[in-house]
Write a protein that binds this ligand. Sequence first.
Ligand code: CDP
Length: 208
Amino acid sequence: MAFTIAIDGPAAAGKGTIGRALAARFGFAHLDTGLLYRATGRRMLGGMDAVAAARALRAEDLDAEDLRSPEVALAASRVAAIPEVRQALLDFQRAFARRAGGAVLDGRDIGTVICPEAEVKLFVTASDAERARRRHLELLRAGHAVTLQEVAEDLRQRDARDSARATAPLRPAPDALLLDTSAMTIDEAVAAAAAEVSRVLAARQPAG
Ligand code: CDP
């Protein structure tokens, strides 16, 4: 059975945390599609052509250590605006989305471009200040010496570029459930998302 949960939203809204938790709860595979763009951006920073980098991407590139750094995040949003880069990463994501056994993908264009037929679509947001606060904490814990202001500026730049690009811009699918997690704990956000998945799964069961 193919069953896709598409999670989109701006930077540091909690898509990854919710995606991992849903995958664990429902026994689905999880793909953080941001890592595809981060790995491509990282190679571009190393001097490689972005389109060639996207075409040559391998699974093990997604395990590179420094993919979470702010420099790589910014490079990711630059390469993500190149249509040929997105095209090169499309088939892999589509195949992942429709694999047997269920899949959770988080990103920017999962519900709009990669898998418009997804059974569940969530658009996860939080206020700018809350997203900056969360990402700042995360980066400090991972050993990156960044200020809250720098993080806020990084998110602002990436969201602006991700929303303004011509190809697959960041926006909710018309049928996505909006989840504003500004005032929610992780457990509350996961519970709200899981309730929606359970609702859709239950509606698919044959009656009786
Ligand atoms: O973790 P965070 O939300 O900060 O970012 P990410 O999901 O790792 O994505 C990094 C960058 O990749 C984003 O700013 C987007 O420019 C790009 N991206 C995209 O264009 N499409 C996706 N499906 C996923 C990420």
